[in-house]
Structures are given as C-alpha cells and as structure tokens.
Write a protein that binds this ligand. Structure first.
Ligand code: MLT
Length: 200
C-alpha cells in the first residue's frame, strides 16, 4: 500500500494514520505531531478510488458499506501492517491507530476483526463498520472517539452504538463530544492527545 514511514522512539507506540475519503497519507501527519511527537508514524493511503478519491473500502452509498470489500480491505490493511513491522523493524504489538472518518471506520473494522491488531485507537467521527459479529476481546485496547452532535454523516446514535459495542467487548472507551458537524476540531485533537498521553 502507498504509505509514509517516519522513524520514532522505539518505546512509544507506532501511530497508524488513516485518512478520510479523498485524503492521502500526507493529511494526518500534523495530527501525529500533536498527539505523540515521539512516535514512529506509518501513514497509509487507502487502496480504493471513488471518483478519483482514495478510500479504505468501497461503499454502495453514503453510510452503506460494501461488506465484502470491507472484509477484504481490512485483511489487506492488517497484512500490510504485519509486513511493514518486519520491513521497518517496529513492534507489531505496539500500534495505535489514528483515523478520521473513512479511516476511523477501517480502524474500527481492524478492532472488530483482528485480535491484537491495534493496541489502542483514536477514532475521529467513526461509524459502526459492521453489525452482528462477535468482536474480539478488547480489554487491553482503549479507544478514544471524537464525535460531533451535529454530524450528518456519523449520527450521534451511531457513535453511541459503536461505543457500546466496543465497551461490551471490554474496551475502555472515551467519547469526546463537540457541537459541530463532521469536521475535525482542534479541541477534539487536543482531547485525543491528552487521552493518548494518559494511556501510553
Ligand atoms: C465512510 O464511507 O466511511 C463514511 O461515510 C465516512 C466517509 O464519508 O468517508
């Protein structure tokens, strides 16, 4: 997968950056600087194109995911992280995702499908990636969710549903609510940074 790798402190978690629809692997580098400047960074570009816009998996319509492609792309990303860990010599068990929108959704899908794929996750404006599946044990996998009370894409009910599903799998979930829409706010990023520093 097209990506950027930046070296960091070996003790700190590697930040896996996952952009939103239409983004690239450059987009979230500034966030990584705020959240964990000491961390190595693996920033990946989604392999799917929707009208020329990179994404991490196909969708049939806004908010309706192509489940088969979601599963295929989630495995592809998980395998890519395994390979990158060997290539760049980082600890595969020490990876924390930082995703926005479509990137947060594939990060949530990693949590739903691959035990131990992430040590924690920062999900900005995520949705429920899939329903009706047994989620692996997440008792050692804390999750931060940033959400907007007026987000037309990720409705508050969906945020709450995701938080409940993750908690039922044992995760300690912190939700930071903003009054805005789908955009990422500085307040939310600062809250994610404080959350990260408190855990890692
Ligand atoms: C998705 O398709 O993953 C969500 O609708 C968010 C987005 O618009 O990318």
């Amino acid at each position: 997968m097209k990506h950027i790798f930046q070296e960091g402190n070996k003790e700190a978690p590697v930040l896996l950056l996952l952009h939103g629809t239409g983004g690239t692997e450059e987009d979230l580098l500034g966030l990584a600087e705020i959240v964990s400047p000491q961390s190595a960074v693996l920033s990946v570009r989604g392999n799917v194109l929707e009208n020329g816009m990179p994404r991490f998996f196909r969708r049939l319509a806004e908010g309706i995911f192509d489940e088969e492609d979601l599963l295929f792309r989630t495995k592809e990303l998980n395998d890519f992280i395994d390979t990158a860990a060997e290539k760049y010599q980082f600890d595969r068990e020490n990876v924390v995702a930082l995703g926005y929108s479509n990137g947060a959704n594939i990060a949530a899908s990693l949590l739903f499908h691959y035990q131990g794929s992430l040590k924690g996750a920062i999900l900005h404006h995520p949705m429920v990636p899939r329903r009706g599946v047994t989620i692996p044990d997440l008792s050692n996998t804390p999750v931060f969710i940033g959400a907007g009370k007026n987000d037309p894409i990720c409705a508050p009910k969906e945020t709450e549903e995701l938080a409940t599903l993750l908690q039922a799998a044992g995760s300690v979930v912190q939700v930071k609510w903003e009054q805005y829409g789908h955009q990422l706010t500085r307040n939310e990023v600062d809250a994610a940074a404080a959350w990260f520093q408190s855990y890692f």
